[in-house]
Design a protein around this ligand. Structure first.
Ligand SMILES: [Zn+2]
Ligand SMILES: [Zn+2]
Length: 104
């Protein structure tokens, strides 16, 4: 038996492939007997995660990596401290992915 987020009982619709909440009417698809609830898209994105996602499209700059000797690094800035503080520059080696920060 499946229950809706609102606490209502999920009942199969006449079509059979969907479940509908008896209370609020919300529908969800059934897949192999299990209910796949509609993904609610309001994930709270942390700064760290956003950085991870955009890192591949970051500009590359010439920067010597002390670890592997690579000459290029991705570059970006972040407000890591208070908003009245200067931004921190980050360099991530394109080869060994070592990230180092430089305070301006
Ligand atoms: Zn409901
Ligand atoms: Zn490196």
């Amino acid at each position: 038996m499946e229950f809706c987020d609102c606490g209502g009982l999920m009942l199969p619709t006449s079509a059979g492939k969907m479940l509908a909440c008896s209370k609020c009417g919300k529908r969800s698809k059934t897949e192999g007997g299990t209910v796949v609830k509609e993904k609610i898209v309001h994930e709270k994105r942390t700064t760290k995660r956003a950085t991870q996602e955009i890192v591949d499209t970051l500009p590359m700059v010439e920067s010597d990596c002390k670890k592997c000797g690579n000459k290029f690094a991705f570059w970006w800035t972040e407000q890591t401290r208070g908003s009245d503080e200067p931004e921190t520059q980050f360099f991530r080696c394109t080869k060994c992915k070592t990230t180092r920060r430089e305070y301006t």
